[in-house]
Design a protein around this ligand. Structure first.
Ligand code: CMP
Length: 136
């Protein structure tokens, strides 16, 4: 049995700043995703802290939240079968240096911080992250 799943994707400030959002969206579409909803916004650091709360004990937490709130981002709800896992495959490894050819982070990522995209890591977190950006 198969069913359509949703995941949350963010095109991060480094990619939006380089005007890569259209190209990255095309990669999602080419790989079978539908962009169900999207919005371009800039969030406050306090909001980024809520979004990345799971990482609050990590040494990189503060820099990560400053970075996500440093410029416009594009938040999207992506849909397809197995959207969560397929999006993680398409994004590639967190560190662009370790990402495989053909992945978004390999193609566009600059560093582990400026890795161009975020994607939910589980169906449960996808629901929370979608609610965070698209509650209203
Ligand atoms: P993302 O998938 O958005 O989830 C958390 C982010 O923290 C991650 O991408 C990276 O951009 C960032 N980050 C910075 N340093 C690290 C690290 N050492 N390990 C994992 N993620 C890191």
């Amino acid at each position: 049995m198969s069913s359509i799943e949703q995941t949350l994707s963010i095109i991060k400030p480094d990619a939006v700043e380089r005007n890569l959002d259209k190209e990255i969206k095309q990669m999602f579409i080419k790989n079978g995703f539908t962009i169900f909803k999207e919005k371009k916004i800039q969030i406050e650091k306090s909001e980024a802290e809520k979004f990345y709360k799971v990482h609050e004990t990590k040494p990189f937490y503060s820099d990560l939240c400053s970075y996500l709130s440093s410029g416009p981002i594009v938040a999207m709800i992506l849909e397809k079968e197995n959207a969560v896992i397929d999006n993680r495959k398409l994004m590639g490894a967190t560190n662009p240096k370790d990402a495989e050819d053909g992945t978004i982070r390999k193609k566009y990522g600059i560093s582990i911080d400026k890795n161009s995209v975020h994607g939910s890591d589980s169906v449960e977190n996808a629901k929370k992250e979608i609610d965070f950006f698209f509650r209203d």
